[in-house]
Design a protein around this ligand. Structure first.
Ligand code: NAP
Ligand code: MG
Length: 498
């Protein structure tokens, strides 16, 4: 059933509320019976689930309801040590002797099992993290499988990366990932490390560890030797213990710039390899000659996808001055059509904010933004009574100095500025401590190429946004990180080349 709701509210100056235009659908909830969530989850070390030496557990909640769904083991320093020992043992044993062809065969199996169990992974990802089922089903799980397929193909071809040189794995890798793409980030980390012949200790984020633990099951099902992949849950201190463990040869970290800097400092004295995928404040640039409606869809996908919990979110919109009124009007209308609600509903566009802590951070920053000025507009979409939700919003008419233009929010909040010339657009886009991604919207090919070359961003999308491929390297400039993940470039940080 499709019905139109039209309930107008008087707009207030500088802080406009939406007019409530919305296309509503009957609920279409994804069933959850495919997933079995254990009341308590242990650590995955040496191919088995084992109780933590700390004997401590903490809760993981479903952000869509705020209710506890399970308990996770809290790994302490001794647990980290056991996991690293298991990884070293596997590296010195069967795995270290295995041919690239056989490693590839095992990785192909992981990819296929992920496809077979896709629905289970998608539902669990949504339950634990709050993202809409249509995203976990159509984006996270297929891309995670693609990463394993892609890297499986490299496992027996590594010698071609550096002809006439000796190519070997680095050893035991410590990998730490955030909560925004729990399964996909695990795949981004594990697939290249394993293809290159390393063993791994992976630490998922505190609020979203369940799909990583389910992945442990997949590695066992695929027939990986014990200890090749170890998964330890816990807090920031667990991650720090892994970073500082003397027998880890490489750290791969995805998360905030502040923690990335801490990690870089704490291992600066060692010869550990390090790759960092950090924050972003990416610019999406619309020129007057762009296909405006297509650009609006791209901007919406760029910032409101996954509740704005995307490192490369197009959170700063730059619009050519002559079309700004049209763009703002169309964006406001589009904002009102975004359906916020139960992430398990197949019609939901914007699900739950990952945690209460993150929700409070977004609210605080939006309040600060309102104090600093600009024209605020927020969708009046009704929010569920329980759980952690935030309606998508935008600030237009803001300057580059506005705090919301400078810091990463990691929520569904867009800022809009104008420019008059391509040079001004480039200067404004590059005016950031970050440099992860950017988008350009113009029908003129030569302009797109010229501007793409001038932007200091690791990824530049043209007339599209948020498109990912395992064969394409991803990474940032400046405070957005060091190194690349994905593609042939991503393999180098998991190899020694002599
Ligand atoms: P975070 O606080 O930096 O946490 C990331 C991971 O590091 C979590 O597993 C966390 O554990 C762990 N951690 C926390 N303190 C640590 C320490 N001192 N030593 C070692 N590990 C530690 O980031 P987040 O808030 O989870 O994630 C959001 C950030 O990730 C954003 O800034 C986003 O831009 C960035 N991100 C970047 C990319 C990229 O590819 N560039 C991709 C996704 C996300 P706990 O969960 O237990 O705190
Ligand atoms: Mg959770």
């Amino acid at each position: 059933m499709i019905k139109k709701i039209s309930k107008s509210k008087k707009p207030i100056k500088a802080e406009k509320k939406s007019k409530g235009f919305k296309i509503d659908y009957s609920p279409s909830l994804e069933g959850t019976s495919i997933v079995t969530i254990k009341p308590r989850n242990e650590l995955f070390i040496g191919g088995k689930f084992v109780a933590p030496k700390s004997n401590k557990y903490f809760d993981t909640v479903n952000p869509a309801t705020g209710e506890k769904i399970s308990e996770l083991a809290l790994a302490n320093k001794d647990d980290v040590d056991s996991a690293v020992k298991a990884a070293r043992h596997a590296y010195n044993g069967e795995w270290g002797k295995m041919s690239g062809k056989d490693r590839g065969r095992l990785l192909f199996r992981v990819a296929r099992i992920l496809q077979e169990r896709a629905r289970e992974f998608a539902v669990l990802e949504t339950l634990d993290g709050g993202k809409p089922i249509k995203e976990s089903r159509d984006v996270d799980v297929p891309l995670a499988a693609q990463h394993f397929f892609y890297h499986a193909g490299w496992a027996d071809k590594l010698d071609y990366l550096a002809p006439n040189k000796k190519v070997s794995p680095v050893g035991v890798c410590g990998q730490i990932i955030p909560w925004n793409f729990p399964l996909l980030m695990a795949a981004w980390k594990l697939a290249p490390a394993l293809a290159c012949g390393n063993t791994v200790v992976l630490k998922p984020a505190e609020t979203t560890s369940l799909t990583a633990l389910l992945l442990a099951d997949v590695f066992n099902e695929a027939g990986f030797p014990a200890g090749v992949v170890n998964i330890i849950t816990g807090a920031g201190e667990t991650g720090a213990a892994l970073v500082n463990h003397p027998d880890v040869n490489k750290i791969a970290f995805t998360g905030s710039t502040d923690v990335g800097k801490l990690i870089a400092k704490s291992i600066a004295h060692s010869n550990k390899k390090l790759s960092l995928e950090l924050g972003g404040k990416s610019a999406n640039i619309i020129f007057a000659d762009a296909a405006i409606d297509q650009a609006i869809e791209g901007v919406v996908n760029g910032i409101y996808f996954n509740q704005g919990h995307v490192c490369c979110a197009g959170s700063r919109l730059l619009v050519e001055e002559s079309i700004v009124d049209e763009v703002v009007k169309k964006l406001q209308r589009r904002l009102d059509m975004i359906r916020v609600g139960n992430p398990l509903d197949k019609n939901t566009d914007l699900g739950a904010i990952n945690s209460l802590e993150q929700l409070n951070k977004i609210k605080e920053l939006v309040d600060l933004g309102k104090k600093e000025g600009g024209d605020f507009y927020q969708s009046s979409s009704p929010l569920p009574k329980k759980g952690y939700y935030f309606a998508p919003c935008m600030f237009s008419n803001v300057t580059s100095a506005h705090t919301l233009n400078r810091i990463e929010i990691f929520g569904p909040v867009l800022t809009i500025q104008t420019f008059r010339t391509p040079d001004e657009a480039i200067t404004k886009a590059n005016d950031s401590r970050y440099g992860l991604a950017a988008g350009i919207w113009s029908e003129k090919g030569s302009k797109n190429l010229k501007i793409a070359g001038a932007l200091k961003a690791g990824v530049v999308w043209v007339n599209t946004y948020n498109k990912f491929d395992a064969a394409s390297p991803f990474g940032g400039f400046a405070e957005s990180g060091w190194g690349r993940e994905g593609g042939r470039h991503g393999l180098f940080s998991y190899l020694k080349i002599d």
